[in-house]
Design a protein around this ligand. Structure first.
Ligand SMILES: [Zn+2]
Length: 272
């Protein structure tokens, strides 16, 4: 059922390609998060259904405009979103803490919870049912910082990993700070923003990128040299950019100009 929302959201993004990023993000929050997480207070298990995680990640990738195989940690860090597991945990925590603090308002639920804590086995033993074990764990932990902790852990993971894409990401953005583009309401032409995000997250169609997973013999650049992401920005004879360092392109200064440069660079070099 929830798959239908994923299809609607990808169709929305396709049809409204030039809608500002913050509009797409609002649509994602209002239409996708609310439906995917609908009634998640009752999911009394530690393992969330795989299909829910898949829908969540596919929507985030569609929102960013990157390939579906782009690294999960990088996508979530780029847009500063927690994992779906933590979102569900936080929704459950808020709900059950509200129930615990307002017992008078939820007499039936409290009675059911009490029965779950003292359920009788066929052997006559009194035990706590699985659902109540989960709920009691959520209430006992009552971790208000779980979302910020999850994001900080992800940031540490990216800082320590040596995966190719993460190393490239750290080259563009050594401080791993979240960019203004995703947090403010400034408008940038969306086709520039998507090209710029694709470049940041290593989701381009450059010959050197394709060579990593497909055509290993065809990684030559327009200048006949060996192509890398930094080569087309700094060293290539055919380059469009005139910059001192790559970090300049991803800093918070003069974003319109730098996005346009990345867009033009990809347009030129992806054609090969
Ligand atoms: Zn070149």
């Amino acid at each position: 059922m929830k798959n239908a929302h994923l299809l609607k959201f990808t169709a929305f993004n396709k049809k409204n390609e030039n809608a500002p990023f913050y509009t797409k993000r609002q649509v994602f929050r209002a239409c996708i998060l609310s439906t995917v997480l609908y009634s998640c207070e009752g999911w009394c298990t530690n393992n969330i259904d795989k299909s829910i995680r898949k829908i969540y990640m596919t929507c985030i990738r569609s929102l960013l405009g990157v390939r579906i195989s782009t690294d999960v940690d990088l996508c979530l860090h780029e847009i500063m979103m927690p994992s779906i597991e933590v979102l569900v945990h936080e929704t459950q925590r808020k709900y059950y803490m509200n129930v615990v603090n307002n017992v008078d308002k939820h007499p039936l639920l409290c009675r059911i919870m009490e029965m779950g804590r003292n359920s009788q086995l066929p052997s006559g033993h009194i035990t706590k049912c699985k659902a109540m074990k989960h709920i009691d764990k959520v209430i006992a932990t009552n971790n208000k910082q779980c979302i910020s902790q999850d994001m900080a852990n992800r940031r540490d993971r990216i800082a320590q990993t040596t995966k190719t894409k993460s190393m490239l990401y750290k080259l563009w953005c050594p401080t791993l700070a979240v960019h203004d583009v995703y947090t403010t309401r400034k408008y940038f032409p969306e086709h520039w923003r998507i090209a710029w995000t694709r470049f940041r997250l290593g989701s381009t169609n450059l010959p050197c990128e394709k060579g990593r997973w497909n055509d290993r013999n065809n990684t030559k650049c327009l200048c006949n040299g060996t192509q890398t992401e930094t080569h087309i920005l700094l060293d290539c004879a055919e380059r469009i950019t005139h910059i001192e360092s790559v970090q300049e392109l991803f800093s918070n200064e003069d974003q319109r100009h730098t996005m346009k440069q990345i867009f033009d660079t990809l347009k030129k070099f992806e054609k090969v």
